[in-house]
Write a protein that binds this ligand. Structure first.
Ligand code: SAM
Length: 260
């Protein structure tokens, strides 16, 4: 991660942030209040957070290869579970935010690129009537995620194993439309654009793609600034930690910079 780029982007973001008084679109006004500033009952996620706590205490060492951008936190492939959990998982607020967003969009078919140990997956799988397809390429992480899904008896998750470069095109052979997709793997320019373009062919009319860590590095910043101008994107929200891209034609190319 480029610390200088991250810091500079953070300052710029705060200078550009607007609040709900500048939102004239009824859709975005509602989305801001219910999703971005909304609250979710933490009791719903109690068991998932207990699972996270167990991971944060587990000092066993697993083997992880960086299939995407190199981790700034580890020099070796041998990594303690607690340190991986502390550095690569979305935190409780971000997970609850993704849950609220996917629920608000009435998502039935959800895709997550980058399962890791399955914490965000478990949040997304709480959406009633939804099926989650989550993609991961590291076998030690796959085993941990599958154990977590099983111990929480979450049956609406399918974990697709292997390198996303190969597994995603195969998955997308199925013409079924996707309502919500989270790109949280391979934080580099070229793969981010490639995954977006592949997914965009299967997105439903009122769907969203969320890109995590849009200011992780200069190349992610470049990917974000290109994607929000993409011809299929009809609205975008920059929340600094992630960017949201809307496919609904009715949104009329509106772009916002908010804080959450
Ligand atoms: C930031 S973590 C995901 C965190 C997870 N969404 C959460 O918050 O619970 C990114 C994951 O993507 C996986 N990944 C990165 N590039 C990949 C690729 N090309 N194919 C498969 N998995 C990949 C990594 O192994 C890592 O576990």
């Amino acid at each position: 991660m480029s610390t200088f780029f991250h810091l500079k982007s953070y300052l710029n973001h705060w200078l550009d942030v607007v609040d709900e008084h500048s939102i004239h679109s009824p859709f975005f006004f509602d989305f801001y209040n219910k999703v971005v500033k909304g609250k979710t009952d933490p009791a719903l996620f109690e068991e998932i957070e207990k699972t996270r706590e167990r991971l944060l205490k587990n000092q066993s060492v697993i083997s992880i290869k960086d299939l995407g951008a190199k981790s700034p936190h580890f020099k070796s492939d041998k990594r303690p579970i607690n340190q991986v959990a502390a550095t690569s998982l979305n935190d409780i607020d971000q997970c609850a935010f993704f849950y609220r967003m996917a629920r608000y969009m009435e998502s039935k078919r959800i895709v997550e690129l980058g399962t890791s140990m399955g914490i965000t997956s478990l949040y997304l799988s709480k959406i009633e009537g939804a099926k989650l397809f989550t993609f991961e390429g590291n076998s030690d992480l796959i085993n941990i995620a599958l154990t977590n899904f099983e111990s929480l008896d979450q049956k609406n998750i399918e974990l697709i194993e292997g390198n996303i470069d190969h597994t995603l095109p195969e998955f997308l052979q199925n013409p079924a439309k996707i309502d919500f997709a989270l790109i949280d793997a391979n934080h580099r320019y070229e793969p981010t654009l490639k995954y977006f373009n592949w997914l965009s062919m299967r997105m439903a009319d009122q769907s969203v793609i969320v890109i995590d860590d849009i200011y992780y590095s200069e190349e992610m910043g470049r990917a974000w600034s290109e994607l929000k101008k993409h011809e299929l994107v009809y609205g975008s929200i920059d929340l600094f930690r992630c960017g949201i891209l809307f496919f609904d034609l009715a949104l009329n190319k509106q772009h916002f910079i908010w804080s959450n």
